[in-house]
Ligand binder design. Structure first.
Ligand code: ZN
Length: 294
């Protein structure tokens, strides 16, 4: 694809420069898109917008089919720490909306839905992966199969969450405008995504853990705000969320950056210790509909 024919999904300009060649082979499959895939630095062809700094993948725009067939048992193995993650997010959301109807888009196996129900919210999720959705249903969690917009979720919702999803989506402005429509006029929209201008991203460059084939859009705080404003939102708060990991998970990831001869076996009890980590390389935004603040 020539850079002249590209339009930025955020600002709409056509001032792209190639910043990374594709290292994806021809044998791409669903497992390359697993949430727990750790092939850091393997991406499609990336171009950076000279106007807003958004980095866009230009050769992997039609990836939905990979998500439909995705199976990720390893993701379920990390349910405990992911639940802590979602509980922390809901505690934050509770400052703005302590009750009401919540829709989680890209719900996975329904961890946020489960946490929200435990806190008394009326929760629904939507998930494209059949396997993840079935995993949610086995736990009696109301997760619909498919993508948003969905005929069964017209809204209005008091809260809509989009947690680590926008970086997987082509033409994210379309999705955000649909979310705006389904949100109650007094509702809040909560979005999280990696920050490609964070210190970790700048130090590690293409070894940063968020450079992976499943991510086709890379935001920073400025262009994420721009996209949200174009979709009709006003930013209420922008923070850096913590993530929860077992010591074992962290150890394995850290060791993977070392040469083989320096790697050592990790103690078994590392699996049982969960700690919050804030690498300050993600963005968490709470927004309201713009006209509601005027
Ligand atoms: Zn742009």
């Amino acid at each position: 694809m020539t850079t002249e024919s590209l339009t930025c999904w955020v600002c709409g300009k056509s001032q792209f420069k190639q910043v990374k060649k594709s290292d994806v082979g021809t044998s791409l499959n669903s497992q390359n898109f697993a949430i727990t895939n750790f092939s850091y630095g393997i991406t499609g062809e990336l171009h950076k917008c000279g106007h807003c700094g958004f980095i866009q993948c230009t050769d992997l725009n039609d990836v939905l089919g990979f998500y439909v067939d995705l199976e990720d048992p390893e993701y379920e193995n990390t349910r405990k720490e992911r639940k802590l993650q979602e509980t922390a997010l809901l505690k934050y959301i509770g400052k703005y909306k302590p009750s009401g109807a919540i829709l989680d888009i890209g719900a996975g196996s329904g961890i946020l839905v489960e946490s929200a129900m435990e806190k008394g919210y009326r929760a629904t999720g939507i998930e494209p992966s059949r396997w993840l959705r079935q995993t949610a249903l086995k736990r009696n969690l109301p997760v619909l199969e498919g993508t948003f917009p969905h005929p069964e979720t017209p809204g209005p919702y008091d809260i809509i969450t989009l947690v680590d999803v926008i970086e997987h989506v082509p033409h994210p402005l379309h999705l955000l405008r649909e979310i705006h429509q389904a949100l109650d006029d007094q509702g809040i929209f909560v979005i999280t995504t990696p920050d490609v201008r964070s210190l970790a991203a700048r130090i590690l460059r293409y070894k940063w853990w968020h450079f992976r084939v499943a991510h086709i859009g890379y935001f920073n705080r400025k262009n994420l705000r721009l996209l949200l404003e174009k979709a009709g939102f006003e930013v209420v708060s922008m923070t850096r969320p913590s993530w929860y990991f077992t010591l074992r998970y962290l150890g394995v990831r850290i060791l993977s950056f070392l040469p083989l001869f320096l790697r050592f076996p990790l103690p078994r009890f590392f699996e049982t210790i969960i700690i919050p980590v804030n690498l300050r390389d993600s963005i968490q935004v709470v927004c309201r509909k713009k006209d509601q603040l005027c």
